[in-house]
Design a protein around this ligand. Structure first.
Ligand SMILES: Nc1ncnc2c1ncn2[C@@H]1O[C@H](COP(=O)(O)OP(=O)(O)OP(=O)(O)O)[C@@H](O)[C@H]1O
Ligand SMILES: [Mg+2]
Length: 411
């Protein structure tokens, strides 16, 4: 995995004497105290992270937590006070302004919440704007601009003015303009926040679709949890200028690092984000080991299931891979009909579920399936079982806790 961005010990202090604030930070003073004593604002404090090539990295946090400051530090729209920013191996913090301009033109594009379109230019010329600045001739830039307008579904609007377009369409132009220069890195600050929920979902899908066709590295600021979870490969949560947690949506949901992060998820419908691997349990269903003699395997397995008072078992090889599901009946029938190869005892209509299956789909399947379902990873390794009971328990556990706060006593 190649790192596109590496950020080390990055600080930003707004104010006339950042050194003073830096010293106070080193001495352990907090953002609020520094502001009270000096009037200087700590925008970003000791940020450390990396973003892999092709990754969508989301910055989340409350208003004022430093998201915009941090994303603007990456292309030095904000000058760092201290620390290192490597983009594609180049040290942005130490770069000459000339090199920086070149990098911004070729390699990084930024999309803002306010679409920042030029009202007197056509949609086509707005889209081609970055290319014009970069010195491409008219024919080349119009051809390329048309291509990206088609990609975002605005081909037939190329000759309109921005004011003739809806907000959602204007934001598409903003996106097209960024894509036109074919950047390897896109910085998107609340790019979809001004759109209504429907348009917003549409843009998220468009972004994911574009990403599946051509992987770019994207840093995306959002204060919307749904958005962050939908598009983010990893999420960094910021508080008061600090990054308090970095992880995949899954990791953060399952193991929030502190109360602040936990508070983010209060009232959130966690079920929406759970997948099969989150609910799979080991131990619930007996695992049957295959062997050279199918009849022997089944005789032993029948004993095993009866002792465990279970009706179903999973045949799992020594390599940990699932071979299939057996039931008491299927094995008895196998023995009675003189079967040899244990494969004949496997239930043909019970399929394993992939570990990434969303809970919603899983619930649908579980209701219809009499047998427990085996969850497997991409290479077929057995991860655990999902039964109706396991699922119900999980759903009850994950109910938002707010309604349970009043204690009832039965005395
Ligand atoms: N140019 C500036 N001069 C002084 N202080 C600034 C400047 N820009 C940002 N700040 C301060 O830095 C802190 C972080 O601001 P920032 O805009 O990065 O937050 P944010 O997380 O993007 O918030 P929002 O969700 O409201 O956009 C805030 O306390 C803000 O007041
Ligand atoms: Mg902001």
């Amino acid at each position: 995995m190649t790192e596109k961005i590496v950020v080390k010990n990055l600080y930003k202090v707004f104010g006339p004497k950042p050194d003073v604030a830096m010293q106070m930070l080193q001495a352990g003073h907090g953002k609020d105290e520094i502001f009270r004593q000096t009037g200087m604002v700590v925008g970003v404090k000791d940020a450390n992270f990396h973003v892999a090539e092709g990754e969508i990295f989301v910055l989340m946090g409350l208003s004022g937590s430093g998201k915009s400051t941090l994303i603007r530090l990456l292309n030095r729209l904000v000058e760092p006070t201290h620390g290192q920013i490597l983009v594609g191996g180049q040290d942005v913090a130490a770069m000459s302004s000339q090199a920086l301009v070149a990098l911004r033109r070729k390699d990084m594009a930024m999309v803002f919440q306010s679409f920042a379109l030029l009202p007197h230019l056509s949609v086509l010329n707005n889209t081609a704007f970055g290319l014009e600045v970069a010195g491409f001739d008219r024919k080349t830039r119009e051809k390329r601009a048309m291509e990206v307008l088609e990609q975002v579904g605005l081909g037939s609007f190329a000759h309109k003015r921005p004011a003739e377009l809806s907000g959602g369409m204007q934001q598409r132009v903003g996106l097209a303009r960024a894509l036109a220069v074919d950047p390897t890195l896109m910085l998107m600050d609340e790019a979809f926040s001004a759109l209504d929920p429907l348009k917003r979902t549409e843009m998220q899908e468009l972004l994911l679709q574009l990403q599946s066709e051509h992987q770019r590295t994207i840093v995306f600021v959002s204060h919307d949890l749904d958005e962050a979870f939908r598009i983010g490969n990893r999420i960094a949560i910021m508080e008061g200028g600090r990054i308090v947690q970095i992880g995949t949506p899954d990791e953060i949901l399952r193991d929030p690092s502190d109360e602040y992060v936990r508070a983010f998820f209060k009232g959130v419908d966690v079920k929406k984000y759970l997948v099969a691997r989150d609910v799979a349990q080991s131990g619930g269903v007996p695992l049957v080991r295959p062997g050279p003699d199918g009849r022997d395997v089944c005789s032993r397995a029948i004993e095993q299931l009866r002792a465990a008072k279970q009706h179903f078992g999973f045949l799992v090889g020594d390599d940990g891979r699932l071979q299939g599901t057996v039931s008491l009946e299927s094995m008895l029938e196998f023995l009675q009909t003189g079967g040899v190869n244990v494969g004949a005892a496997l239930l043909s209509d019970v399929n394993p579920v992939p570990d990434s299956m969303p809970l919603r789909e899983l619930i649908g399947l579980t209701v219809k399936s009499p047998a427990p379902m085996a969850v497997v990873d991409q290479s077929g390794l057995y991860l655990g079982a999902v039964t109706q009971t396991v699922l119900l328990k999980k759903l009850v556990e994950e109910e938002p806790q707010t309604e349970l706060t009043t204690e009832v006593t039965h005395e």
